[in-house]
Design a protein around this ligand. Structure first.
Ligand SMILES: Cc1cc2nc3c(=O)[nH]c(=O)nc-3n(C[C@H](O)[C@H](O)[C@H](O)COP(=O)(O)OP(=O)(O)OC[C@H]3O[C@@H](n4cnc5c(N)ncnc54)[C@H](O)[C@@H]3O)c2cc1C
Length: 412
């Protein structure tokens, strides 16, 4: 083995797992090492706010690959090892326990962290919780059992999924969202209005355009006054106010940071031999002709694969059409493409149980689609929309609203 083959990966999540697998599939001789601050081999994160939180799925079922996979493929996986800094000039990374490691190629796959709420007096309070990993989920599960009145700060994907998963006959879940709509940044208003209705019908209380005005910790509860002057007595507070890419360990280096680690469409960063992928990367997307940062399961996997190929010299442009989903109660929400630059919106379906999909169209091309429906009702349409967008097929706007028209005809 030559010294050109030392490939280090910072972060041990989905992106890292798929990048390592791809590197091994294409290069027998590479020496691959993954550094993870967590105590587990890479596992799926989406169930943490869904089935695993509800207790419907065992943790053992969440691993992408069994432990044996890493051994069989000679992927050195180092758990409980947090990397604290990188010296890109010397091609060295440093861990918190003061070890250092030399790389020939480096992949930054260290994800994102939850944005912290700015209430200094309650900063380390144990009943104000966040959700990003297994340990936090296990902690949350225990705390929910003893909480009757729960406040979720943030009506985004994670907050709403948690709100749906933890709702029981014995608790009241309040959700506050400072914007006018739930999941407002990426979901169209028509769909977020339906999500609002679904939650309220099932007993969750949602307050839009609302913030915390005052919060006081009492002996056994929090006395919370909202900006709309509603007074709540809360046992447990769950914060889901977005995330920030984990770039702090690159501070003081020349690495180009701009809402994450900036890369081109080959996962290459501003520094030679350094790549980034997954939640931490803000990558150039040739289809949209701009940089985007995504936090989604398929993206983590596919960009990890793309990074792996590029690292071993198989030049691969990553330009997948974004896709993500959310499950709340018995409903499924899906989003594909980018729905922020369009001239027409076409609605297909008018009953959320049977599925409603909105197509975002620009100059007769689908640029994105977003839908909601009972499980299994919208997936096909969204998938076709994604393929039509990817293949840049011109569509007839008038026909796709007709539910009797089979969308896959667009692909022929
Ligand atoms: C609760 C939850 C629910 C989600 N639900 C959905 C969903 O329904 N649909 C969907 O499409 N997507 C969902 N996602 C998003 C999806 O899971 C992420 O986009 C994906 O996990 C990103 O993978 P990643 O490998 O880039 O980052 P991560 O999975 O975050 O992995 C990064 C890893 O690096 C570790 N790390 C960070 N810094 C260091 C360091 N300095 N040294 C060593 N290790 C470090 C972190 O601890 C972490 O283990 C969800 C995410 C969460 C947290």
């Amino acid at each position: 083995m030559t010294n050109q083959n030392r490939i280090l990966i910072i972060g041990g999540g989905q992106t890292a797992a798929y990048a390592a697998k791809t590197i091994r599939e294409n290069s027998e001789s590479s020496k691959i090492t993954i550094f993870s601050e967590e105590n587990f081999f890479p596992y799926e994160k989406p169930p943490l706010s869904k089935d695993y939180l509800k207790g419907d799925r065992d943790f053992e079922k969440l691993f992408f690959f069994e432990q044996k996979f890493y051994k069989d493929n000679k992927i050195d996986f180092i758990n409980n090892k947090r990397i604290k800094s990188v010296n890109f000039e010397d091609k060295k990374i440093f861990s918190e326990d003061n070890e250092n490691y030399i790389y020939d190629k480096l992949l930054l796959a260290n994800g994102a962290s939850n944005r912290k709420i700015d209430i200094p007096e309650l900063e380390n309070d144990k009943n104000i919780v966040y959700l990003r990993n297994k340990n936090e989920c296990d902690d949350l599960k225990k705390k929910i059992c003893n909480a009757n009145e729960i406040l979720i700060i943030g009506g985004g994907f994670i907050g709403l999924e948690v709100a749906a998963s933890i709702k029981s006959a014995n608790n009241v879940v309040h959700i506050i969202e400072m914007n006018e709509n739930l999941m407002g940044r990426i979901i169209p208003k028509n769909i977020s209005d339906i999500v609002f209705k679904i939650h309220e019908e099932r007993g969750n209380k949602i307050y839009l355009k609302t913030k915390i005005k005052q919060i006081q910790k009492k002996d056994s509860y929090y006395d919370v006054i909202l900006s709309n002057n509603v007074n709540l007595k809360i046992d447990l507070i769950i914060v889901g106010i977005g995330s920030v890419p984990n770039t702090e360990i690159f501070r003081g280096t020349n690495l180009k940071i701009n809402n994450g680690v900036e890369t081109n469409n080959y996962c290459e960063t501003s520094i030679t031999d350094v790549y980034a992928a997954g939640d931490v990367s803000n990558f150039f997307h040739p289809v949209y002709n701009k940089h985007i940062r995504l936090e989604s399961y398929t993206h983590a996997q596919n960009q990890g694969i793309s990074a792996g190929k590029n690292i071993v010299g198989i030049k691969t442009s990553y330009e997948d059409i974004p896709w993500m989903w959310s499950d709340q109660f018995d409903f499924n929400i899906q989003l594909t493409g980018i729905c922020d630059d369009y001239d027409t919106v076409i609605k297909r379906g008018d009953n959320e149980d049977e599925g409603i999909v909105l197509f975002f169209i620009k100059n007769e091309f689908i640029v994105g689609a977003c839908g909601i429906g009972k499980k299994g009702k919208i997936g096909k349409d969204i998938k076709i929309a994604s393929r039509v967008a990817d293949k840049k097929i011109k569509i007839n706007k008038d026909i796709i609203s007709d539910k009797s028209f089979k969308l896959n005809k667009l692909l022929r």
